[in-house]
Design a protein around this ligand. Structure first.
Ligand code: HEC
Ligand code: HEC
Length: 316
């Protein structure tokens, strides 16, 4: 073999090895048998609370729905990100356009691993990197509750993504960096039950960090700036710092935070706007002790200065 032949053979070998490494590193990892067994059987009454804590309607109900229409999970909400526009799909019980035919195992793989029944990766615009912190029993409860919701036909439009973000396989690399399931904040050994419950609700189903934490270039949340506020994904305006650091909500009492999550009113009697108004529709439905737990946890997270540039203007 001449030099050129050897060089190109080496190049091909490298490309094949690179391709194989890519393939291995990006393999979807569904739950194993033990993890499936740990789901148990769900309870739909408990699942309703998980559904509200998880804020599923904010993305999966028709845009701007109110009241009972928030239980019609036809999808259609658009999420504009630096990677393109994602459209939340129909997750109603419709057997064709929704998830009516899914098993609990299918559902748990989506929520906890970001893996579809066809063994593809989901985009993290579906906040499964937070949901992966949910207790298996809560996922089963949620599944049972969603079975009680209406089946509604009609598929949501496709995502609008450019290359390479339209290739799902590559998300395996993103998951290696950002999908774990372990808590973000390590609490003191003597942290109260309320603070622990609040951590679970905020870091897991509540997915508060998905909006309130700045992201790195790969689109993963910067855990070192947890809840410090961020430039909104759409690139316009800021999402506030909800730690007690400079620019944050250190001046709010725990009661004021809990009241905000119930009513949408800040201590200055401003009302929550934008994306947070949607979140309040869910947190308003939580048990009072869960809102108090979220407040207790926000008081306990490490204070951080604002996670967005000083010059940018506030979100509306
Ligand atoms: C921030 C918006 C957002 C929230 C909140 C959200 N989702 Fe989604 N969800 C999405 C997007 C976007 C996708 C599509 C992901 C993809 O195509 O890879 C999705 C996909 C899904 C899928 C897969 C559907 C399919 O047809 O394959 C399921 C199941 C799902 N979500 C369930 C839920 C549940 C349950 C909740 C509440 C606990 C929830 N989602 C909250 C945005 C959201
Ligand atoms: C979809 C994005 C999004 C999610 C998820 C989200 N927030 Fe917010 N949040 C916002 C935005 C945007 C504002 C600013 C609202 C405004 O300007 O009126 C805000 C405001 C707030 C404020 C008031 C801060 C201030 O200085 O006025 C608190 C407290 C808060 N959020 C807590 C939470 C908690 C707790 C969660 C999880 C249960 C959460 N947020 C989830 C987007 C989000």
């Amino acid at each position: 073999m001449g030099l050129v032949g050897r060089v190109s053979a080496a190049a091909i070998l490298l490309a094949v090895a690179g391709g194989a490494a890519f393939w291995l590193l990006t393999t979807p990892h569904p739950l194993d048998g033990g993890e499936i067994a740990a789901l148990g059987t769900g309870d739909s009454a408990r699942g309703e609370k998980v559904f509200n804590a998880g804020g599923c309607s904010s993305c999966h109900a028709r845009p701007k729905s109110e009241g009972a229409a928030r239980l019609q999970l036809v999808g259609g909400v658009e999420l504009n990100t630096p990677f393109g526009t994602f459209v939340a799909p129909n997750i109603s019980q419709d057997p064709r356009d929704g998830i009516g035919l899914w098993s609990l195992e299918d559902f748990a793989n989506a929520m906890l691993r970001g893996v579809s029944p066809g063994s593809e990766h989901y985009y993290p615009a579906f906040p499964y990197s937070s949901y992966a912190r949910m207790a298996p029993g809560d996922v089963a409860d949620l599944y049972s509750y969603m079975k009680t919701l209406p089946a509604i036909a009609g598929a949501a439009p496709d995502h609008r993504l450019g290359f390479p973000f339209n290739i799902r396989r590559g998300l395996g690399l993103w998951k290696l960096l950002h999908l774990g399931g372990e808590p973000v904040i390590t609490l003191a050994d003597d942290a109260s039950e309320a603070v622990r419950r609040g951590r679970y609700l905020v870091e897991g189903p509540g997915h508060c960090g998905e909006c309130h934490t700045p992201r790195d270039l790969s689109g993963g949340v910067k855990k070192g700036e947890w809840l410090a506020g961020a430039v909104a994904a759409e690139g316009t305006g800021n999402i506030p710092n909800i730690t007690s650091g400079d620019g944050g909500i250190g001046a709010w009492s725990a009661e004021e935070i809990a009241f905000f999550l119930e009513s949408g009113f800040t201590p200055d009697f401003d009302s929550a706007g934008g994306a947070m108004a949607e979140v309040i529709k869910n947190t308003a439905l939580l048990a009072p002790e869960d809102r108090a737990a979220i407040a207790a946890y926000l008081k306990a997270v490490p204070p951080r200065p604002n996670g967005y540039p000083a010059a940018a203007k506030p979100a509306s």
